[in-house]
Design a protein around this ligand. Structure first.
Ligand code: GLA
Length: 731
């Protein structure tokens, strides 16, 4: 049993392989958070001390006990306006104008497994999953709250969410409903968050938490390039391999907010959920609202340890079972090869050349539909432009399959251009404020995915294409932030629901397509990695990591992404040199080593390759096939500390049985007469001897981990080295 309730003490204990999470409802029904961290084997309520603190008042019924204050006690899910002056987890507007919420414990249930969510992505049940539901009530306003805890013991993950139910007889307007709230009574934390921009996503920044509130989030209608819905709190001395680290990852692709507050005594509160700005949701009596899920994890083994928990749960409980172990195709994508300038002849020439080099799928990117010869027109008209192609999609697909390649197509379903037949027929299907010109971005508008008729149209339009040609893969793009988030189908008082209803519409469309085409692989994309989150990963096993395909920039992007997400989810391609985004020249071998640490592919014009380059690419692809199981299933280790090493970046994968490892190193700064790049390897079995591929030598795991490995000096711009280690015997 991973969930226990002690009837005498009232303590709930949630245990995973290495962690303990405790809470208890006290005599007044306040649900106190007691502990989250390394296992203790004890009740942890002794950590709470009570004292009378000025300006931290007392609940009315406890006014004689001046040491009892909601403002100083650790809360499991903080209410609003009734005496806890720290961040609320929930805020609800009642008919009389009050926004107060005071939730008290009324009961609980413990069950094996978990219930699926019907309209949101969720963490899929594992064999050992157990669920705790704690029921809280505010009987004054008629609100019930179900706090859900799904425990995944072997992955050291606890998945939380909240469900709010209107049990009264007045409408309630939810203005904030967090997915998770965690109070840390003691400890000094740094926060690591993942900021960025288009072409530079998920850059880790580590900051000491200040007193007061620090927050990160997105109001762009998407999880965004700018702030990933994932934060790490770690102790001030934590490194990649040591120290306490807590992660909180929101499984959501829309507006989100991660808030941290360090209070008057140094306690820290973390709250994560849908961004409350602009959000409101009316619950009429009897209705319920379900928040997205938040994945909490703790590791005593530093940031690498924490990352491995997230990699594990995403690979096995978030990604669809269809793709968990399936090989991903090595693809060639037409975007950087041709942009909008192609016809079927050119695409077939790419395909022939790609096939000769060993690639397995051709993806036809933007430009095959409607009046789409640049990015100003055509979105919404998902009708094949046969005039431009010179044939039907079926003919093109048949010819590509005849060459022995699979075929994929680009879509951007949630968008529309004003210059499109769809917009001309249904201008009210685009999000826009009444009487105001909407913001344009890339000359496009956003479709109102909160409307069922829009979702139905898109489903039919996409099926019409997918039914008439053999298509194994869809790249699902989303190329702007949402502004003017106003739906013409909802009343004025419901406009605060649009952003979340938009996400529900998108999830519904993804779900319906995957139900109809269970073998279709959908790769997520949003101007690169603008929606790289666990919500999208539930539907899409891989996401194009960034529109920046420069191998050197990708080192930062893929490293930042790796804190929360496994390599098997990161779309990564070898592109041309000089690179189209930066103009930087890098060796083909370096580009391949970097792209191999993701879902591998190419994004260049194969007709411009020399014969020698084609031969090199053949070898890269055959290497990738050898290494793919290791990259997809192995444990991942960042070998350099964040911000410490400026001359190279290094990382490695180790197979689950520790018999094989792949070490990658890229020089970002080559120095004259420089030092030998030296790193200590990780995750190897100290008992084994490992042979270095291509060299007739072996070293013990103990030596490689403790003494490390020194690479030869390297020259020229951005050289890279790869070490493949295979265990030969036990030492
Ligand atoms: C986005 C994607 C690119 C490409 C273009 C097409 O920017 O990230 O990979 O598909 O759209 O317009």
């Amino acid at each position: 049993m991973s969930i226990l309730h002690n009837e005498q003490t009232g303590i709930f204990s949630l245990e995973t392989a290495h962690t303990l999470y405790q809470m208890k409802a006290d005599a007044t029904g306040v649900l106190l958070h007691l502990y989250y961290g390394k296992k203790t084997g004890s009740d942890m309520d002794y950590l709470i001390r009570y004292t009378d603190r000025g300006f931290s008042g007392n609940p009315y019924e406890l006014s004689s006990n001046r040491g009892y204050s909601l403002d100083t006690l650790p809360q499991e899910y903080s209410g609003n306006g009734v005496g806890d002056f720290r961040l609320p987890a929930v805020q609800v507007l009642s008919e009389n104008g009050s926004r107060s919420v005071d939730l008290r414990f009324v009961g609980y249930a413990i069950a094996k497994g978990r219930r699926q969510l019907s309209d949101l992505p969720f963490v899929r049940e594992a064999e050992e999953t157990e669920t705790l539901t704690v029921i809280m009530r505010d009987s004054v306003i008629g609100l019930d709250l179900e706090l859900k805890y799904h425990v995944f013991p072997s992955q050291d993950v606890i998945v939380r969410s909240a469900r709010l139910i209107n049990t009264g007889n007045q409408p309630l307007v939810i203005e904030k409903a967090a997915s998770a709230c965690v109070d840390f009574l003691y400890g000094d934390f740094d926060v690591i968050h993942f900021h960025g921009r288009h072409c530079m996503e998920r850059i880790p920044e580590r900051l000491s938490l200040p007193r007061g509130v620090a927050s990160f989030g997105s109001r762009r209608g998407m999880s965004s390039h700018h702030s990933n819905p994932f934060v790490i709190l770690c102790d001030r001395h934590a490194t990649e391999n040591t120290g306490d680290c807590y992660g909180c990852m929101l499984m959501y692709s829309g507006n989100h907010l991660e808030e941290m507050e360090v209070d008057q005594t140094g306690s820290t509160r973390l709250v994560s959920g849908i961004h409350p700005d602009g959000f409101s949701w009316t619950l009429v009596p009897g209705e319920a609202f379900q928040t997205p899920e938040a994945l909490l994890s703790y590791s005593a083994n530093g940031l690498n340890g924490l990352s491995r928990h997230y990699h594990d749960i995403i690979r096995h409980q978030v990604i669809s079972p269809r793709w968990q172990t399936a090989k991903r195709p090595v693809l060639i994508n037409s975007w950087e090869a041709a942009y909008f300038d192609f016809d079927a002849e050119k695409i077939l020439r790419f395909a022939r050349s790609a096939k000769e080099m060993g690639m397995e799928m051709l993806v036809l990117d933007d430009g095959w539909f409607g009046k789409r010869d640049d990015d100003n027109a055509g979105l919404g008209d998902w009708v094949v432009n046969e005039k431009k192609l010179g044939c039907s999609m079926q003919e093109l697909s048949d010819q590509i399959h005849a060459l022995g390649l699979e075929f994929g197509l680009w879509f951007e379903p949630e968008m529309v251009n004003e210059d499109s037949d769809l917009y001309r027929a249904h201008p009210d299907w685009a999000l826009a404020d009444p009487d105001r010109k909407p913001m344009l971005a890339r000359n496009q508008l956003v479709l109102d995915m909160s409307r069922q008729d829009v979702v139905d149209y898109l489903f039919d339009a996409m099926c019409a294409v997918l039914d008439h040609a053999k298509i194994e893969y869809v790249k699902w793009d989303f190329n702007r932030s949402i502004a003017n988030c106003y739906s013409h189908a909802l009343s004025a008082d419901r406009q605060g629901e649009v952003a979340h209803r938009f996400m529900l519409g998108t999830y519904q469309l993804l779900e319906r397509l995957l139900t109809r085409y269970p073998d279709l692989m959908i790769e997520g994309c949003s101007g690169g990695g603008g929606r790289f989150d666990a919500g999208i990963l539930y539907y899409c096993p891989q996401i194009w990591c960034s529109d920046d395909s420069d191998a050197v920039e990708r080192l930062e992007i893929q490293r930042g992404t790796s804190y929360g997400y496994p390599a098997s989810t990161m779309g990564a391609h070898v592109s041309a040199s000089p690179n189209h985004q930066t103009g930087r020249m890098t060796p083909l071998s370096t580009r391949s080593i970097v792209a191999q640490s993701g879902t591998f592919g190419y994004e260049l014009n194969p007709e411009k390759l020399t014969d020698a380059e084609k031969e090199e690419i053949k070898k890269q692809i055959s290497d990738y096939h050898r290494f793919e199981p290791l990259i997809a299933e192995g444990s991942y280790h960042r070998l350099t500390e964040l911000d410490e090493n400026k001359d190279f970046e290094a990382w490695m994968f180790v197979s689950p049985d520790q018999k094989e490892a792949l070490v990658n190193l890229v020089m970002t700064h080559v120095r004259a007469n420089g030092p030998f790049p030296h790193i200590r390897l990780q995750g190897l079995n100290p008992q084994y001897h490992y042979r270095l591929e291509g060299e007739n030598i072996a070293h013990s795991g103990l030596a490689l981990v403790n003494g490390g490995f020194a690479f030869p000096q390297m020259h020229r711009d951005y050289p890279a080295a790869q070490l493949h280690l295979v265990a030969i015997d036990e030492a």
